[in-house]
Structures are given as structure tokens and as C-alpha cells.
Design a protein around this ligand. Structure first.
Ligand SMILES: Nc1ncnc2c1ncn2[C@@H]1O[C@H](COP(=O)(O)OP(=O)(O)OP(=O)(O)O)[C@@H](O)[C@H]1O
Length: 218
């Protein structure tokens, strides 16, 4: 297994308003690994992932992954130019397309740089039986596997996962977590993972950051 210290480090500091909340968040890591983010409902975890993805712009922000700066006082890199794989809470799949076409959409992303192959992703997430299916005919857990696969195929430097396994039963989830963890570590994909399931977080993540530790330091 490849040690997590070879993954790119992450540094961010955001401050600003989301809805009725004033948020100040910061985190700096020497080695990113798979970082779990815990916190009460509504504290801003999704907003944080959206800010890192470039989908929400805090009034003040700084965000760097490895050597690459995505936001600071002088620059704001648009979402499509960030090497991000984002798995939103609802999966964000295209309902009118097949699973194969959803996955290909990730693979065709302009941020592709190689490293993660189609076969590896399809095998790791056991997507072979689903490839011809339409998204609207999938179960919630199947959709989540496809959403993770699509995000991985974009060859992300940073993977953002928001409740990615919430629709899975415990045995399936346990098996999938082991496969995903191995995959992310082998491919050195730094990851931020949000979940209310403490067991999931404990199994998947190398580090867990609680919301109070993230807040008030920005
Ligand atoms: N587009 C929006 N407009 C206004 N308020 C918003 C918007 N998005 C989120 N909020 C508010 O910002 C706060 C943080 O929301 P966010 O979804 O980031 O929290 P969360 O920690 O991910 O919650 P959960 O664990 O329930 O998913 C909440 O009070 C929410 O109501």
C-alpha cells in the first residue's frame, strides 16, 4: 500500500457568509490522505466542498492543492479548470444518459491527465453489470457507485465526496469502502470526505477533522 504522505497536501482558508451563517474555515495538511470532515447538520460541510470545487465563492478565500493555487487574492480558477472530482450528495448524474455515457462524461473532462483507467474504475466499483442501464432505473446505491466512478475518471488531484455511500446497506458499504480506500491510496488521490456515518468515516479516512477545529481559525 502506498503511504498517504505521497499525496498532495491541501491548504485552504475561507471566510464569508453562506445563507444565514458566517463561516471562517481553515485547514492545512502536510500530507492529505483521505480526510474525513465531521460536523453537525447545517454547519457548512457541503458549502466547504463547493467552495473548494469553485462552485461557491466565499468573500475571502485561499485554496491550494499541492503546488496548484485555485484561489487567492489575485486568482480564482473556474471549476472546470480545477483537477477536482466532486461527488455531490445527490450524485449529480445525467438521468437521460446510460451509466456508460455518464462515466464517459467524466473521462472526457478537460482536466484529464491519465493515471486512472476505465477498467480499473469499472472493476473497483463493480460497474460492469450496470454499464448499459439508464440512470433513472438504478437504485440509490447503484447511482452512488456510478457517481464515484465518474468522479474518479476525471483523474482528480483532489476528490470531494459528500455523503457518497449513504444509500448503501452496511455489508455493501463495508466492502466498497475497502475497495475505494485501496484505490485512492494506490492512485494517490487526496480526498475530502463528508459523512454522518461515523463508522464509514473511521473505516475510510486516515485523518478526521471535526467542525470546531476547522472553524474560527480562518
Ligand atoms: N444556496 C443557499 N442559499 C442560502 N443558504 C444556504 C444555501 N446553501 C446552504 N445554505 C445554508 O448554509 C448553511 C450550511 O449548509 P451546508 O449544506 O453547507 O451544511 P452541511 O453541514 O453540509 O449540512 P448537512 O450535514 O445537513 O448536509 C445552512 O444553514 C444552509 O441552510
Amino acid at each position: 500500500m502506498v503511504p498517504s504522505h505521497v499525496m498532495p497536501d491541501i491548504a485552504f482558508r475561507f471566510a464569508g457568509r453562506v445563507g444565514a451563517l458566517d463561516l471562517a474555515l481553515s485547514l492545512e495538511t502536510d500530507s492529505a490522505g483521505i480526510i474525513g470532515i465531521k460536523g453537525p447538520s447545517g454547519c457548512g460541510k457541503t458549502s466547504l466542498l463547493r467552495a473548494i470545487a469553485g462552485l461557491h465563492r466565499f468573500a475571502q478565500g485561499y485554496c491550494r492543492v499541492g503546488e496548484t493555487v485555485w484561489q487567492d487574492e489575485t486568482c480564482f480558477v473556474p471549476p472546470w479548470q480545477r483537477a477536482i472530482g466532486y461527488v455531490p450528495q445527490d450524485g449529480g448524474l445525467f438521468a437521460h444518459l446510460s451509466v456508460r455515457k455518464n462515466l464517459l462524461f467524466g473521462a472526457r473532462s478537460p482536466q484529464c491527465r491519465g493515471g486512472v483507467t476505465w477498467d480499473e474504475v469499472v472493476t473497483a466499483l463493480n460497474l460492469h453489470p450496470l454499464l448499459r442501464r439508464r440512470v433513472h432505473a438504478l437504485s440509490g446505491g447503484e447511482r452512488q457507485r456510478v457517481a464515484i466512478g465518474r468522479a474518479l475518471l476525471t483523474q482528480p488531484a483532489l476528490l470531494l465526496m459528500d455523503e457518497p455511500l449513504s444509500a448503501l446497506d452496511r455489508p455493501t458499504k463495508t466492502e466498497l469502502i475497502a475497495r475505494i480506500k485501496l484505490f485512492l491510496e494506490e492512485k494517490k488521490i487526496a480526498t475530502l470526505h463528508v459523512s454522518h456515518d461515523e463508522e464509514e468515516t473511521e473505516m475510510l479516512c486516515s485523518t478526521v477533522v471535526s467542525w470546531p477545529a476547522l472553524c474560527g481559525t480562518g
